[in-house]
Design a protein around this ligand. Structure first.
Ligand SMILES: NC(=O)C1=CN([C@@H]2O[C@H](COP(=O)(O)OP(=O)(O)OC[C@H]3O[C@@H](n4cnc5c(N)ncnc54)[C@H](O)[C@@H]3O)[C@@H](O)[C@H]2O)C=CC1
Ligand SMILES: O=C(O)CCC(=O)C(=O)O
Length: 467
């Protein structure tokens, strides 16, 4: 292709990526428990539908508006491309503080919002598939799936695949709730075990004894802490919106999780001290995990951050100005579009399970188990035939306890965990290669965008940009 034509093509695809494909804004009334009415404002943005369906979570929060949802939908497009999922990118949200509503009110709001999405073609297993995000979870996904199924989707065999992150009994998949945190662990595991990158930031290789601080002890933050602690890392501090706790010896994950679950806060947790300093984000640690919301790491705090590695559990937690400062200080940032892609990866597995109408492993489970025992028996027979004088001497092949568990067959959870680990490890390796190839140093954000844009570019080029 001639240079001018090539330039034109790149420019047109880049401007295509700047704009959303579709943006929905809805307003509807909800009847409160006290009989009063309130107008509710909701959004859904399909940033790109170069691959269908579009995919992205639904959040409830007072920060939800057009700009926020557009920005988050954009990240979803690049995120799905980063880990090779066959999806476009979308995001939705309702502008409410969910703590101020009863469960009944939340159910009415969620169901009505789902109807609004369905009426405008912003939900459906082949169109746009929501999932949990901030302040939403299995309960809301269950309401959404049920509403869609019973109204627009009642003739659609795949209707249950209209959202992911559902409870298991409603077509969900084992491992989705923990997937984002687990995925962050999987990709960090690759980076921490890379001698080259650890040398670049001045850390030793491996997890043992590494200290970390988490901002936001919700779904993502909690599961990160669980997996990091399992590997011997030490959580020295947790920040929440209403207070922070620290313990230089390490916070106990199970105890802190139980405490937050029962009390609704980390404040007063007996296994820690209340943080009395200026800003816990700036206290010494090896790894910092922002897992709360956007733009919480600003240019004002960036110069004082001591962590050598930042893994973005949250979407867009670092402002562009802060990002620049941290890069100049050689901080290794694992960007959202890569680091927190474990959630949407397992959502993909759930969607596949829904449209296949069977759980992973169900058809092959027994066959594989029998085959494994048959293999052992066959090895035993051969050995006895060869060394045991026509079968007189017995040479039993006894599997170890670990191997016995393995050959008992892979459960859905095992398959989800290994599929997630494979996806994250493969993407981490590709990212490290891109960073080295383009001599980007610790700038993994640029490496991730290069890799995602390249993939989207090829898809759009092959399919054709216009009619
Ligand atoms: N849930 C998921 O599967 C995924 C979530 N994410 C992103 O991760 C982030 C967190 O999401 P979830 O854990 O699902 O939400 P969540 O609602 O379960 O947890 C968020 C936590 O952050 C706390 N928080 C809110 N504002 C804070 C502040 N200013 N300082 C400290 N803590 C604060 C909240 O109290 C809550 O405990 C969001 O940016 C979300 O978009 C990204 C990928 C997938
Ligand atoms: O699981 C999904 O489909 C999307 C999760 C999400 O909203 C995100 O990764 O930011």
């Amino acid at each position: 292709m001639e240079l001018n034509e090539r330039k034109q093509k790149v420019r047109s695809i880049m401007s295509y990526l700047e704009k959303p494909d579709a943006m929905l804004e809805v307003h509807f009334p909800v009847k409160k428990d006290d009989g009063s009415y309130e107008m509710i404002e909701g959004y859904r943005c399909i940033h790109k539908s170069h691959k269908m369906p579009a995919k992205g979570g639904i959040r409830y929060g007072l920060g939800v508006d057009r700009d926020e949802i557009f920005a988050l939908a954009t990240i979803m497009t690049y995120k799905c491309a980063a880990v090779g999922l066959p999806y476009g990118g979308s995001k939705g949200g309702i502008c409410i503080d969910s703590k101020k509503y009863s469960v009944n009110e939340l159910e009415r709001i969620t169901r009505r919002y789902t109807i609004e999405l369905a009426r405008k073609g912003f939900i459906g297993p082949e169109l746009d598939v929501p999932a949990p995000d901030m302040a939403t979870g299995e309960r809301e996904m269950s309401w959404m799936a049920d509403t869609y199924h019973k109204t627009f989707g009642y003739r659609d065999l795949n209707a249950i695949g209209c959202v992911t992150g559902k409870p298991i009994n409603q077509g969900g998949i084992h491992g989705r709730t923990a997937a984002t945190g687990r995925g962050i662990f999987n990709c960090l595991d690759q980076i921490l075990n890379s001698e080259d990158f650890m040398k670049m930031v001045g850390l030793t290789v491996g997890w043992k004894g590494k200290t970390f601080i988490i901002q936001g002890f919700g779904n993502v933050g909690q599961h990160c802490m669980r997996y990091f602690c399992r590997m011997g890392a030490i959580c020295v501090g947790v920040l929440e919106y209403d207070g922070s706790v620290v313990n230089p010896q390490g916070l106990n994950f199970d105890e802190l999780q139980n405490y937050k679950l029962t009390k609704g806060t980390v404040n007063g947790f007996p296994g820690a001290q209340a943080y009395k300093g200026k800003n816990l984000l700036c206290e010494p640690c090896d790894i910092l995990i922002p897992a709360a919301g956007e733009k919480l790491i600003t240019k004002e705090v960036a110069p004082d951050i001591k962590a050598k590695i930042l893994a973005e559990g949250a979407n867009g937690p670092i402002t562009p100005a802060a990002d620049k400062i941290l890069l100049q200080r050689n901080t290794l940032i694992l960007p959202d579009l890569f680091a927190n892609s474990g959630g949407v990866t397992v959502s993909y597995f759930e969607w596949l399970k829904n449209i296949n109408h069977t759980s992973f492993g169900r058809l092959t489970f027994k066959y594989e188990q029998d085959s494994n025992y048959m293999l052992l028996k066959s090895v035993q027979d051969s050995l006895e035939k060869h060394f045991g004088q026509d079968g007189a001497k017995k040479i039993p092949i006894v599997p170890s306890e670990d191997f016995k568990k393995r050959i008992a067959g892979a459960s859905e959870k095992d398959i989800v965990h290994s599929g997630l680990a494979y996806t994250m490890e493969r993407s981490a390796k590709a990212l490290m290669t891109t960073a080295k190839e383009f001599k980007l140093g610790t700038d993994f954000r640029t490496a991730a965008y290069v890799s995602s844009i390249e993939k989207i570019f090829h898809t759009v080029t092959e399919a054709g940009l216009t009619f």
